[in-house]
Write a protein that binds this ligand. Structure first.
Ligand code: ADE
Length: 238
C-alpha cells in the first residue's frame, strides 16, 4: 500500500516513520509512505501558503492554489487512483471500520491542515473526503495523519507478525466489542490476583469469560457517565 502525506511540516514524521513497527513494514515493502511539502508548490518570493479569511475572522486559512497543485502532482505520480482525505476536526470521525476500509486501498493521500483550516474549494476541487480523529482541535493535521497511518499499517498482512493480533483487538470482529482485562505474570501483584479462571486451562470457559468481560467493558464504556471504572479484581485479604 502507498500512503502520501501532504504537509507543511514533513520533518515532524521522521522518527514516527522509522519507528519499530512502521519502520520494519516500510523496509519490508509492505507500506510505502511518502512525504510532500506543500510549500514546494507555493508561488512568489514569499512562497505564501496561507491567507486571511474573506468576511473576517481569526487566523489564517490554507490557500487553494498550493494545496491543490501539490495533491494533483502527488496523485498523478504513479497509479492507481488515490483516495484523498483532508484532516480536519469537522470531518467524518475515524473509527475501526473506516481504518479497515482504508487498509484495503492501494493508495491513500492524507492532506494535513494548519492554521484555522482549509479554503473550502480545496475539498471541492480535489473531490476529497474530510476526516477527523476526534472531537478536539489539534494545531495541525500531522498528528492525525500519524494516527491514521499507524492504525492502517498494523492491519496490513505481515506487519504485526502475529496474524491473529489485529483480529482480536478492541473494535474488531462483527460485534465491535472493546477488549476486557488481560493479565500476565506475576500471578499476584500487590495483593491483586489474576482471575482464577485464566489459570484453569479450560479454554472453552476462558473464551466465555473473556467474551462476558468484553461485553461488560463495552457497556461500561458506552454509558453516558464520563467515569470509566475498570473491572480490576479485588485485593486478596492480607
Ligand atoms: N486537525 C485539527 N484537529 C483535527 C482533528 N481532531 N482531526 C483531524 N485533523 C485535525
Amino acid at each position: 500500500m502507498r500512503i502520501d502525506i501532504v504537509t507543511l511540516f514533513p520533518e515532524m514524521f521522521a522518527s514516527f516513520l522509522d519507528g519499530s513497527l512502521l519502520g520494519a513494514a516500510r523496509r519490508a515493502g509492505t507500506i510505502d509512505v511518502r512525504l510532500t511539502d506543500i510549500r514546494d508548490f507555493a508561488e512568489g518570493v514569499h512562497r505564501q501558503v496561507d491567507d486571511r479569511p474573506f468576511g473576517g475572522g481569526p487566523g489564517m486559512l490554507l490557500m487553494p492554489g498550493p494545496v491543490v497543485s501539490c495533491v494533483e502532482a502527488v496523485r498523478s505520480a504513479g497509479s492507481p487512483e488515490a483516495r484523498t482525505m483532508l484532516l480536519t476536526p469537522g470531518g467524518r470521525p475515524l473509527d475501526q471500520p473506516l481504518v479497515e476500509e482504508l487498509a484495503g486501498l492501494e493508495r491513500l493521500v492524507l492532506v494535513c491542515g494548519r492554521y484555522e483550516g482549509f479554503d473550502a474549494r480545496i475539498a471541492q476541487t480535489l473531490a476529497a473526503e474530510e476526516v477527523s480523529i476526534g472531537d478536539y482541535v489539534l494545531s495541525g493535521g500531522e498528528v492525525a495523519a500519524m494516527v491514521i497511518v499507524d492504525a492502517v499499517a498494523r492491519l496490513l498482512p505481515g506487519v504485526l507478525g502475529h496474524e491473529e493480533s489485529a483480529a482480536q483487538d478492541s473494535f474488531s470482529g462483527a460485534d465491535r466489542l472493546v477488549e476486557g482485562p488481560q493479565y500476565t505474570r506475576p500471578r499476584e501483584f500487590r495483593g491483586l490476583p489474576v482471575p482464577e479462571i485464566l489459570l484453569s486451562g479450560d479454554h472453552g470457559r476462558i473464551a466465555t469469560w473473556r467474551h462476558d468481560q468484553a461485553v461488560a467493558a463495552t457497556v461500561r464504556r458506552n454509558q453516558p457517565s464520563p467515569i470509566h471504572s475498570s473491572s480490576q479484581p479485588q485485593r486478596s485479604p492480607s
